[in-house]
Design a protein around this ligand. Structure first.
Ligand code: GLN
Length: 292
């Protein structure tokens, strides 16, 4: 039998940075005892069961190996929802909440237009954990969403998240590469995507959390722009007149993306800054007047 220790001793003996040790131990308290995080302080003399202590040692060891906290916990907060995440999907990033907010602003504008009939149609390309589509649908009850991914693993996690959030009736999923997953007659008010945009040999790919994430969710294995180009250049047939497309991109890709949007005939092109002040997203609209 292992020696069991009090919470206080487990924390002070941990080789992890104190903040991380507290996050993981709070997770154990929640899972094994349904206790809130504050128990780390208020009940610091509490001695864990052997099972709980083994679970703690397992989480601690995984984090010591560098595994991202979100994978170790199996969850990540994003916008106003919590998502299940696992090694088959990109961990949702705070900067991606910008795309959700751009979409929600457009949705609220559309909702106020008198002649808007029926639900607002939103498409999320390369949905991963489902983060963007589900955060939008969760915040905007007037939305129905379609979310695609070419990864079976990602789709099954995204579908599970839709279920856990009670959104399966409003967000549907389809497997395929960008627009290939869709029926040709589908039209959307808003298209959003956070595609892989890191260039092939970018050193960040072999650092930190990114080492553990699926590389197909991070890089296009080329310049970084190929997926963004495919998404922007092929959007037109799937957008309603006046419809909005918004994409996330790398901090140094803004100029290229604005150019791609112009070449695709989009109008009202805008650059959006993330909370760190980086040009992180771009949006454009399909013209309201039908050119044909
Ligand atoms: N924003 C992510 C990062 O820099 C990259 C995600 C992506 O390629 N879409 O880690």
């Amino acid at each position: 039998m292992n020696v069991t220790h009090s919470l206080k001793v487990l924390l002070s003996n941990s080789r992890l940075p104190p903040k991380e040790a507290r996050i993981l131990l709070a997770h154990i308290l929640e899972q094994h005892y349904q206790l809130p995080r504050s128990a780390l302080m208020s009940r610091d003399d509490m001695v864990l069961s052997e099972a709980a202590q083994n679970a703690w040692q397992d989480l601690e060891a995984r984090r010591m190996q560098g595994e991202p906290i979100a994978y170790v916990l199996g969850k990540k907060g994003f916008h106003n929802i919590e998502l299940r995440v696992a090694p088959g999907v990109l961990i949702p990033r705070p900067e991606t909440e910008l795309l959700v907010d751009i979409a929600l602003a457009e949705i609220s504008r559309l909702s106020q237009i008198q002649d808007q009939s029926g639900p607002i149609q939103v498409l999320d390309l390369g949905t991963g954990s489902g983060a963007i589509a589900l955060a939008i649908a969760s915040a905007a009850p007037e939305v129905v969403g379609m979310a695609t991914d070419q990864s079976e693993d990602a789709l099954s996690i995204a579908q599970e998240n839709a279920q856990l959030l009670g959104l399966s009736n409003r967000v549907k999923f389809a497997k395929g590469n960008w627009y290939e997953a869709l029926d040709a007659q589908m039209r959307f008010d808003v298209i959003v995507s956070n595609p892989p945009y890191i260039a092939h040999l970018d050193p960040h790919l072999i650092e930190g959390d990114l080492r553990f994430e699926p590389s197909s969710a991070l890089t296009d294995f080329a310049s970084g722009l190929t997926c963004l180009e495919a998404i922007i250049s092929r959007a037109d047939p799937y957008l309603k007149l006046g419809g909005l497309i918004a994409v996330e991109h790398g901090f140094d890709q803004s100029e290229g993306i604005v150019q791609l949007m112009g070449m695709a005939g989009l109008v009202d092109i805008q650059v959006h800054l993330d909370l760190a002040g980086h040009q992180r997203a771009a949006s454009g609209r399909k013209s309201r007047s039908d050119p044909s």
